[in-house]
Write a protein that binds this ligand. Structure first.
Ligand code: URA
Length: 273
């Protein structure tokens, strides 16, 4: 018998030996959690994209692979995000499909659908979180203060913005620049995956935790995900794309001491380029 949270014994604090005796008395031979969890009050988990992340052993030099799927979905009048995205055969069609998509209320509050900027045959594809005020106003991603820093980061490894393709996980600005919720990201994910398939970039750079956890299908924060190579694969890609996550430029503007680690990430990228 195993001890799950809701079976976790009498209330109140017990001496560990008393607790152990009580567990043995009730026939428990395996302890799974220390704290009682009221599973009836825990909200059901948000549907997450299907992912098969293959962990590499710490000594292995092979990257971890995430195969991103399209299970979490938003339904609009003309179908689910997955169906709509899968039907797009070009970037122009994908752009139009996002402009017409009605499955996410965020869009109503936004001025623009901020699709992408840069070269359609890029040396690198960068994916951020969601547009800010200036991006929403001009309809171009990474054009405000964090965009200026992104341009300088790319320059520091010899990349001009015109050689790079830049987009976001969520193409509509969340009100008051709040973080997009996991549900909002999940609704947009089929479009982002199709976006990657259509650009088919040689390398991916994920800017910040929202892009990293969505596209690597991992629950860890950006501190853990940055600085190591992953591979992002999907059924529509001929081969998995080597992918690196790093801090979001907006975070670096607020936390200049993190620039040292971001610089290390850029060096990793530079080597691969
Ligand atoms: N932050 C982002 O994540 N994307 C933008 O386009 C601008 C700011």
């Amino acid at each position: 018998m195993s001890l799950l949270g809701e079976e976790a014994g009498p209330s109140g604090r017990l001496h560990p030996f008393d607790l152990l005796r009580w567990y043995l008395d009730v026939g428990v031979d395996e302890c799974i959690g220390e704290l009682a969890i009221d599973r009836y009050s825990v909200p059901p988990p948000v549907p997450r994209p299907v992912a098969a992340a293959v962990p590499a052993s710490p000594s292995s030099s092979s990257p971890r692979r995430a195969v991103v799927g399209r299970e979490a979905d938003g339904a609009g009048a003309s179908g689910t995000a997955t169906q709509i995205a899968a039907a797009c055969t070009s970037l122009t069609e994908l752009h139009r499909a996002l402009e017409a998509f009605e499955g996410l209320p965020l869009k109503q509050a936004a001025t623009s659908t901020v699709f992408a900027d840069g070269s359609a045959q890029p040396r690198l594809m960068c994916i951020g979180e969601a547009p800010g005020h200036e991006e929403d106003r001009q309809g171009v991603p990474f054009i405000g203060a964090s965009g200026k820093l992104l341009d300088r980061m790319l320059k520091s490894i010899g990349l001009d913005r015109s050689e790079v393709y830049i987009t976001n996980v969520v193409p509509w600005r969340p009100p008051a620049n709040r973080k997009p919720t996991q549900d909002e990201v999940a609704v947009c994910l089929p479009f982002v995956i199709r976006h990657i398939e259509l650009v088919d970039p040689p390398l991916l750079l994920l800017l910040g935790g929202a892009a990293a956890s969505a596209l690597l299908a991992r629950s860890e924060g950006i501190n853990r995900l940055r600085g190591q190579w992953f591979e992002v694969g999907s059924p529509g890609l001929q081969r998995p794309v080597p992918t690196l996550a790093t801090f979001h430029p907006a975070y670096l503007l607020r936390t200049p001491e993190a620039k040292r680690e971001a610089w290390r990430d850029l060096l990793l990228l530079s080597k691969k380029l």
